[in-house]
Design a protein around this ligand. Structure first.
Ligand code: HEM
Length: 305
């Protein structure tokens, strides 16, 4: 105890605080409790449905849960891209990203099953032109995972001007296809609002990540890994690419099919994309680590059945 008090006294003195006043303050300090620490009341006050349909609350909460999970993935990516660590820890953190992605995939049935088709198709109309497409964290994650050039579809590559800066490459990223009509050069409101709000942040992050995204970082770890570590690291990266860029998009697309084309007609989505085409992993070909896949695997990327 005395040792502990000495350590505390030294720490406080080193940071210019008065140990006696500090201890006096502790006498009246209230114990921390669960509800304040976890901010439960704040968390439960963050849902504002726009209609009376009961399922709208589930829709909002589930999106919020997804944003929290995406934030956990970013938390790992921040360390993987910016910190130096042992190979084993690097692989362990990729394992965490995989478990978070598993959570996203397995829980999507909360959306796909149980919501009333009729109710969903009523309340979603009050959300237009908002769309999950406008999730900034989704874009932050891809910019941290891979090179900007790998987010440009092969058929748009010839349009990118020679020597384009990172910012100048953004109009050619795959996600522009959800709302950028290249013939008329018009953008949907969903896309233009999204860019007005986030584009400067995206460009800043993409610049910063150009030398430290996961695609750039992982080969450095392969160089110092032994044979077993190498195998585990590559397996984790491939697994993440497959789960995040095929399996999760597929459960999302199946859900869109459930609610937007189940009863014989294809409905327009709130974001206004040609969603049956756009959301398919085979069309997007979002592949963070293409060099880790064989030609045949790349050819079959996202194929159903
Ligand atoms: C009933 C449930 C859902 C349906 C029917 C649905 C439908 C759609 C559609 C049609 C799009 C294409 C853009 C558009 O035209 O609006 C889209 C995009 C997107 N949605 Fe959902 N969605 C659902 C749930 C969710 C949830 C829970 C999330 C979690 C945040 C989410 C995140 C996204 C993202 C990130 C995109 C962009 C995907 C990309 O660019 O590859 N969606 N969604």
């Amino acid at each position: 105890m005395e040792n502990l008090l000495n350590t505390l006294q030294n720490k406080l003195q080193d940071s210019g605080q008065d140990p006696e006043n500090y201890l006096k303050g502790l006498v009246h300090n209230q114990a921390i409790n669960y509800w304040d620490y976890i901010r439960v009341d704040t968390l439960l006050s963050l849902q504002n449905p726009r209609t009376h349909f009961k399922d709208e609350t589930i829709f909002i909460v589930y999106h919020q849960i997804t944003e929290l999970v995406l934030n956990l993935i970013r938390h790992e990516l921040n360390q993987l891209c910016r910190d130096e660590m042992e190979v084993s820890l690097f692989t362990e953190k990729l394992g965490r990203m995989l478990r978070y992605t598993d959570l996203l995939i397995s829980s999507f049935s909360i959306m796909n099953k149980g919501m009333s088709y009729e109710d969903y198709n009523q309340f979603r109309l009050s959300l237009s032109p908002a769309s999950g497409f406008q999730s900034a964290q989704f874009r932050f994650i891809e910019l941290m995972c891979t090179d900007i050039d790998l987010l440009i579809p092969a058929y748009l590559k010839p349009m990118v001007p020679e020597g384009a800066t990172i910012g100048e490459k953004f109009p050619f990223l795959y996600w522009q296809e959800a709302g950028h009509n290249r013939e008329t050069n018009k953008k949907t409101k969903t896309l233009s609002d999204f860019e007005a709000r986030y584009l400067p942040e995206f460009v800043k992050l993409a610049n910063e990540m150009s030398t430290q995204n996961l695609h750039v970082t992982y080969p450095k770890y392969l160089l110092k890994a032994n044979a077993i570590e190498k195998e585990m690291l590559v397996a984790a990266l491939r697994d993440f690419d497959k789960k995040y860029n095929i399996e999760w998009p597929m459960v999302h697309l199946e859900t869109a099919r459930t609610y937007l084309m189940a009863k014989g007609e294809t409905k327009t989505a709130t974001g206004g994309s040609q969603w049956e085409k756009y959301l398919h992993p085979q069309f997007q070909r979002r592949i963070y680590f293409p060099e880790l896949w064989s030609e045949k695997e790349l050819e079959n990327w996202g194929k159903e059945g």
